[in-house]
Design a protein. Structure first.
Length: 295
């Protein structure tokens, strides 16, 4: 899909009730064109047992995308744990002791070998730690890190749902494996991710449209963390505390319908807008990878 989109006409948002245009509220949206067929990879998050059923994780999202007109054969789930099941593609045989960076390098090679090297662009929708895997796959490749493809990956859109861009919430009884430690807010991994040269505002991230979604009802990743508060992304969506059913850490990748209390930003607009009729999280992900221009 598109690279960094120009979202014209957003200056008119302040004239709309609740500060939200009708299309962002999910109202009066023309049906999407059927037959979208570019590949979309769905990347799951952390699992304490090192095993995830991809069909369980992404079944609702895959169904929603295909019902909206996407070619189902182009919607691919990604496994990376050695215990993962029902995944369309397995890029690694990781355990919880495998570094996020190492999984990201494997994913990067999958994208490069299967798509970038053939001139094909893909999109990615990722949940939780899967968003870190995706972000580092693109970062390491563009920056020429050891073990990554020595070329920028052709990824048009990245959508992260409940991803701990600034770390997870952690109480007194936290996992101690390498992946969870990397997601601690004060970890070396987080310091590298937010080093000035590695931020999404830098040129390495050009050519990809980045959308981050968070929820204030997420008990694992805070609303600030999942939208990378204070740092650049092209689009940010924050589900507010009043939603019922709650947009939980798992719900942010499974809820496909209903009106939602939502605060959203577009970088081209530079200010936030609230609506009580926001898209469901999976619908937001769909629009992030489907729509060009104003959305």
């Amino acid at each position: 899909m598109s690279t960094r989109r120009t979202v014209a006409a957003l200056a008119a948002l302040t004239t709309v009730a609740l500060g939200a245009p009708a299309h962002a509220a999910g109202q009066d949206v023309p049906a999407p064109l059927a037959g979208a067929s570019n590949p979309v990879y769905f990347v799951h998050g952390y699992d304490g047992d090192g095993a995830r059923n991809c069909e369980d994780a992404w079944g609702d999202a895959i169904k929603h995308f295909s019902e909206k007109g996407w070619n189902k054969g182009s919607l691919k789930t990604v496994g990376y744990y050695e215990g993962d099941t029902a995944c369309d593609t397995d890029v690694a045989s990781a355990t919880n002791g495998t570094r996020i960076k190492d999984i990201a390098a494997k994913f990067a090679h999958q994208i490069y070998d299967q798509h970038t090297s053939k001139g094909e662009s893909i999109d990615v929708v990722a949940h939780s730690m899967g968003g870190l895997v995706t972000r580092v796959a693109l970062l390491g490749s563009a920056q020429g890190w050891e073990g990554f493809p020595k070329a920028k990956l052709k990824v048009g859109d990245v959508v992260t749902l409940g991803t701990p861009h600034q770390g997870v919430k952690c109480g007194t009884d936290c996992p101690t494996d390498a992946q969870w430690r990397s997601m601690h807010p004060d970890s070396e991994f987080m310091k590298v991710l937010h080093a000035p040269e590695n931020r999404l505002s830098e040129s390495w991230a050009d050519g990809t449209d980045w959308s981050f979604a968070s929820s204030d009802q997420d008990g694992t990743v805070s609303g600030d963390s999942a939208i990378d508060e204070g740092h650049h992304a092209d689009h940010k969506f924050r589900y507010l505390a009043g939603n019922s059913p709650a947009v939980t850490h798992s719900g942010i990748r499974t809820i496909t319908s209903g009106d939602h209390d939502l605060r959203y930003w577009h970088a081209s607009d530079g200010q936030s807008h609230d609506t009580a009729q926001g898209w469901a999280p999976v619908e937001t992900a769909f629009h992030a990878v489907h729509d060009d221009g104003d959305w």
